[in-house]
Design a protein around this ligand. Structure first.
Ligand code: SAM
Length: 232
């Protein structure tokens, strides 16, 4: 269970109305029951229910069950697509391990409906479900142009370039050092965007194989290929 409170031996954790309903009404956890907690910073902790009220309660941390395991220093830049597909991208990115989700708008971005709070909640849910002890940073949507204008010079930007799809199989994924993967919208990148990306010194085009993948498939494929090459 995710809580945005410090965790440590003997630390009391307050339970608010929403989590009280889930823990004590839905799950029917009595006083003394064990709950695993994480906050994205202090690893995973075994806690016991010490107060199980209707609208609130309290837990007490006993022992750490997992140390904090940080994800690889990898960002995912992607263009929000339809609601449930964006949800899919967020969920899979957490499962596969990214440090930061960077939603970007491009010329052909069809959906700019990016709800940072909602997608952060999806990221937390995904972390809970896959046993991650971290929660990636979930950024506000911003134009790709602005993101690349302010890019850290030491971070490679691995651009999933659909132009490579027809020509080659899956290429080698350059790993080593901070990196980010960039996946375009359903409509791909415009000619101007492609020219701009080609001119940037930190950009490395990568191929995801001979067929054109949907944006959400491309995000998953790129993350898996990166993971296979980097080993984490
Ligand atoms: N409408 C575009 C076209 O026909 O060229 C296809 C865009 S594709 C559905 C969405 C994004 O997935 C692309 O912008 C690209 O980043 C990525 N992508 C899909 N297939 C790819 C491949 N085989 N290699 C590299 N990137 C790919």
């Amino acid at each position: 269970l995710y809580v945005d409170q410090p965790l440590g031996a003997g630390q009391a954790v307050a339970v608010g109305p929403e989590q009280a309903t889930y823990l004590f009404a839905v799950m029917r956890l009595p006083v003394g029951a064990a709950v695993l907690l994480f906050n994205g910073r202090d690893g995973e902790w075994l806690a016991r229910v010490v107060d199980a009220g209707k609208r609130r309660g309290a837990l007490l941390c006993e022992a750490q069950t997992k140390a904090l395991q940080l994800p690889p220093d990898l960002w995912l830049l992607f263009s929000p697509v339809r609601k449930e597909r964006t949800h899919f991208i967020v969920e899979k990115a957490v499962e596969l391990g990214v440090a930061r989700l960077v939603p970007v708008t491009t010329r052909f971005t069809q959906s700019e409906r990016w709800r940072q709070d909602k997608h952060l909640a999806h990221a937390i849910e995904a972390a809970e479900q896959c046993g991650a002890t971290f929660v990636p940073e979930v950024g506000e949507v911003q134009p790709l142009e602005r993101v690349v204008a302010d890019w850290p010079a030491d971070r490679a930007l691995l651009w999933a370039d659909e132009a490579l799809a027809g020509r080659s199989g899956v290429g080698a994924i350059p790993v080593g050092g901070p990196a980010a993967i960039l996946v375009g919208p359903e409509g791909g990148f415009s000619d101007e965007e492609k020219a701009r990306l080609r001119g940037l010194p930190f950009v490395r085009p990568i191929s995801l194989g001979p067929r054109i993948l949907r944006a959400e498939t491309a995000a998953v494929a790129a993350l898996v290929l990166w993971q296979a090459a980097a080993g984490d």
